[in-house]
Design a protein around this ligand. Sequence first.
Ligand SMILES: Nc1ncnc2c1ncn2[C@@H]1O[C@H](COP(=O)(O)OP(=O)(O)O)[C@@H](O)[C@H]1O
Ligand SMILES: N[C@@H](CC(=O)OP(=O)(O)O)C(=O)O
Length: 553
Amino acid sequence: MSASLRFSGSAYSVPKPTSLQRQWASPALLSFAAFRPWSSSCISLRRCCESRVFKVCCQGGNVDVVQRNEFEAISFGEAENQLTCVMKFGGSSVASAERMREVADLILSFPNERPVIVLSAMGKTTNKLLLAGEKAVSCGVTNVDTLEELFFIKDLHHRTANELGVDRSIVDGHLEVLEQLLKGISMMKELTLRTKDYLVSFGECMSTRIFAAYLNKIGVKARQYDAFEIGFITTDDFTNADILEATFPAVAKRLNDDWFSDPAIPIVTGFLGKGWRSGAITTLGRGGSDLTATTIGKALGLREIQVWKDVDGVLTCDPNIYPQAEPVPYLTFDEAAELAYFGAQVLHPQSMRPAREGDIPVRVKNSYNPNAPGTLITRNRDMSKAVLTSIVLKRNVTMLDIVSTRMLGQFGFLAKVFSIFEDLGISVDVVATSEVSISLTLDPSKLWSRELIQQELDHVVEELEKIAVVNLLQHRSIISLIGNVQRSSLILEKAFRVLRTSGVNVQMISQGASKVNISLIVNDNEAEQCVRALHSTFFESELPELDQIDSTY
Ligand SMILES: Nc1ncnc2c1ncn2[C@@H]1O[C@H](COP(=O)(O)OP(=O)(O)O)[C@@H](O)[C@H]1O
Ligand SMILES: N[C@@H](CC(=O)OP(=O)(O)O)C(=O)O
């Protein structure tokens, strides 16, 4: 092994041509490469098996490097150089062999970084696994091997391995166990939350194995890790587990020790952990790979956490509701956390916590459009010009109106109501209160089973009716206006003008102490139209200058 990759300097010092394809063939980069032996190695690493670039590398005078490393892994970095950043790629970023190749290119286009890579399952694999599990419950053991979802998952992973030129046996063991597991579910005729977590874990376990094998194949030394084997310790709340503090030192020790003794890019399964009591595989809730990434970022004290998605960053609203939504260039951890918690699918609701605790910037980028600046999330940002940052919609919310059966002056009413929620383990999102009444929203979408939701709701109402008159209102939406609540009068004035024009009645409103969020509750069937109208008012029409606003309000 003669060549090694050496990294130094800042992450964004590498020239970034407009397309990756051009980047690899770009004369500018080749001359850049000629000055830095490790960066030319990067080119050879990626393309050493492809004759076109092999030739380009020869022209660049790197024949030696290319030939020597054609089928062997280059050791990555010098041992004393620590890992620098974490790069998380979501399901859409690694949905196919082609996408995995592009992600590998992308990683190598940051030669100054020594990254930890976190991957989600390929494309929609998690959904397919869950569907296969649900079907297995009732399809009969002999029919499991004909489940179309199982066929799809096998075909996707085998095809991807073949197309990347890695040995498909890398996933064969997992695919066999997966089929056995589905047969087990079929025999037992039940799919518990614990089994669900084990079932979906196959997605991340396979995507990371294929990707690590591919990196090694192209000459970039990589090492695959199952998060549940390297210290991701969680609560035993299957399907929605919380990461425990013990995780941070354990993960840091394992990744650092391995890196220092034998440097190789760590490729870690997102979304997965190990329950501290059960020892079983747990998951961190849908979209949980973001949380895996920020946990690693904090554990290792990395310089930056990058989450690579299929959009140009966090947008002014969900592009599925409003395709003209624009990227938001800067956010604070508080804004991002609020936005994620109130339903913006782009970030996992808990993912900002480790980043905020470790004060590590998070960059949300588009793996389909790497040159787009994305969104940078940090502790503070300049709020002097900020009014509204983003509009978030959370659908299918249940609202409760709870009125005390005793009259005014009753102390302890709020405490009693909240202790009922605590006892039942139900989380409350938005609250508005008076002395004798409370309106609040619950979030049933956090639960995975519909039956359970109804049962739980019935139970809540039953308990509350012992002390209050309860009105249960379903099919509501929370519209969250994330922004500068110092400008709340302006935001509310404009928002209510829009809502009045649209003929929409707001059923509850809450402006919390967070200083970044105003929540409005409306009917589900009016919500999308409201979001579109609010978006065009706040983001597409000129807002008055802030000086003017100040004198008006
Ligand atoms: N405010 C928002 N900004 C950006 N994307 C959003 C927003 N709200 C919803 N989304 C959706 O989130 C998706 C990205 O999140 P996700 O699917 O979890 O990404 P990944 O699987 O790549 O991690 C986008 O494709 C978009 O449809
Ligand atoms: N694969 C898991 C975890 C995850 O984070 O996925 P994504 O990054 O694609 O949202 C899920 O679908 O929930």
